[in-house]
Design a protein around this ligand. Structure first.
Ligand code: NAD
Length: 262
């Protein structure tokens, strides 16, 4: 069994989706968890659902908020061993030439700058203790090109590189840094896009070798592995949690080969 008893964890984006599912699993595995999220009104209910010890509200893209949230979590827990960086936003699926620079920058700020700021702030007590584990949440959109998603893709590709760099930089100092790169996961973010018919679930299923979208708990399990001592020799890795999406190279309409009944 993966055991996290006594581990002190901060989970950003903990009020919803992948962050919430990871917070709940970390708590089930014995960790003491603090949720951080900019959606302050959603935090008390998320605390109830996850069994988190405490919550802190703020914007990960703000340096002052990131520093404060990490400090509050470390104070509440008496230190930090784990950071799960799940706070993030999607983009508007607009062609690059039609995208306002302010929107492009905002997507970069939350997904990349926010990840950097939280790694820096939460990493400090880990480096001081010469012990810690961080998981950043990337995406398949950071592994290959998705037209219309230039800002989100650039941010997630940069998160992958930041993860590799920090894995190498902080490895000798006792802190492991990895990332998960999920495909379409049934969180509020994606359910909203499905409801608005921005994504076609049948096409996604067809393009995905495992034939379906992910549940948040499936991404949480991969993250919990990377955050635990079971991954004690893993750092600087970007783990696709994507039902085979990134391994698959053929066109979507032949994804069912060899087909039913074969
Ligand atoms: N759902 C998917 O299909 C999918 C796939 C690949 C990657 N991801 C990534 O997973 C992460 C979580 O996404 P999700 O699908 O669970 O979304 P979600 O919208 O359900 O949850 C995201 C949470 O992050 C919080 N948040 C957003 N911006 C913030 C900010 N600036 N400061 C603090 N908190 C902030 C939101 O309030 C929300 O509670 C994101 O980084 C997303 O890019 C999601």
């Amino acid at each position: 069994m993966i055991a996290l008893a006594g581990q002190r964890a901060l989970v950003t984006g903990g009020a919803s989706g992948i962050g919430e599912a990871t917070a709940r699993l970390l708590a089930e595995l014995g960790a003491q968890v603090v949720l951080a999220d900019r959606n302050a009104p959603a935090l008390p209910a998320a605390q109830d659902r996850t069994g988190a010890l405490a919550v802190t509200a703020g914007d990960v893209a703000s340096e002052a908020d990131a520093e404060r949230m990490a400090a509050e979590a470390a104070a509440a827990l008496g230190g930090l061993d784990i950071l799960m960086n799940a706070a993030g936003i999607g983009d508007d699926l607009a062609p690059l030439h039609a995208q306002p620079v302010e929107r492009w920058q905002h997507v970069l700020d939350v997904n990349l700058r926010g990840t950097y700021l939280m790694c820096r702030a939460a990493g400090r007590p880990m480096l001081a203790a010469r012990r810690g584990a961080i998981v950043n949440v990337s995406s398949i959109v950071g592994l290959g090109a998705f037209p219309g998603r230039s800002a989100y893709g650039a941010a997630k590709a940069a998160v992958n590189h930041l993860t590799r760099t920090l894995g190498c930089e902080w490895g000798p100092l006792g802190v492991r840094v990895n990332a998960v790169a999920p495909a379409y996961t049934l969180t509020p973010m994606v359910r909203d896009l499905l409801d608005r018919a921005v994504f076609d679930p049948a096409q996604i299923a067809c393009r995905t070798p495992l034939g379906r979208m992910a549940e948040p708990a499936e991404v949480a399990r991969a993250a919990a592995f990377l955050l635990s001592d079971w991954a004690s020799y893993v750092t600087g890795a970007v783990l696709p949690v994507d039902g085979g999406w990134s391994a698959y190279g053929a066109a979507g309409d032949v994804a069912r080969f060899p087909g039913p009944g074969a």
